[in-house]
Design a protein around this ligand. Sequence first.
Ligand code: ADP
Length: 291
Amino acid sequence: MNIVILSRNPHLYSTKRLVEEAKERGHSVEVIDPLKCDIIIEKEKPTIYYRDRYLDYVDAIIPRIGASITFYGCAVVRQFEMMGAFSIVSSGSILRSRDKLKSLQLLSKAGVGMPKTVFTNYSRDAKEVLAHVGGAPVIIKLLEGTQGLGVVLAETKNAAESVLEAFNGLEARVIVQEFISEAKGADLRALVVDGQVVGAMKRQGKEGEFRSNLHRGGSADIIKLSDDEIRLAMESARALKLPVCGVDMLQSSRGPLLLEVNSTPGLEGIEGATGKNIAKSIISFIERNKK
Ligand code: ADP
């Protein structure tokens, strides 16, 4: 099979591992920078031009589209779909997952448990906003944040009100969320491939840090998920139509609660913590779907 990995950087751990496993299983594989692809649109003949050739021989693609190149990256994925290539996640699902608010709305409708969350149009009535989620302490999150940047824990009503005021003043869109203190600065990441959980880790924030992001100095360990946690991960993946994704959740006194679903999950942390060959699972998922 001809497999293309859409990635800006062939030296990233995840990209290298996917190349390695695809070769190991006898496929021909190349890493292509989506930003260097030209999308050619014409009646019944959609195609992509890259460097000096047309990419009209591709059987399957693995999109590794970073948040900053969502628009163009997804257009390239869509073009491959038009050309009949199999994509492990569709362009529509990647786009949907990048909108945190829309994703939470869809997930709540699908019956997935999550911290109570409120979103307003820059409401000036901070008291009321806080009351919706049970008052301080609360978590305030920038809608556009990643890797834990733009996530604030406001421990008192006064702190929460001034943070909200500051974000409102900057016209930065935020969600306000109930703070799950029982999580104790840890969260769970379940890696889903073909709709099934294939590995899971617990990430613990460094001392005194409520955010468990590895980019913020957190550490990761293998964990065996409970049945409820497995169910939540699979339901979230299904609701957002992402057969391959990373599902982040918090352990609370009322069971697992969804934080977010990542359509381009990194493989380094999870393969390191679990010792599992997740890249191989992804390649065999492609083999099962594209004959
Ligand atoms: P990002 O997408 O920037 O990583 P997250 O929503 O995943 O933002 O939040 C970053 C970290 O902050 C999470 O991994 C978790 O440890 C912590 N966190 C986020 N929301 C809550 C919450 N409602 N209650 C407790 N901790 C939270």
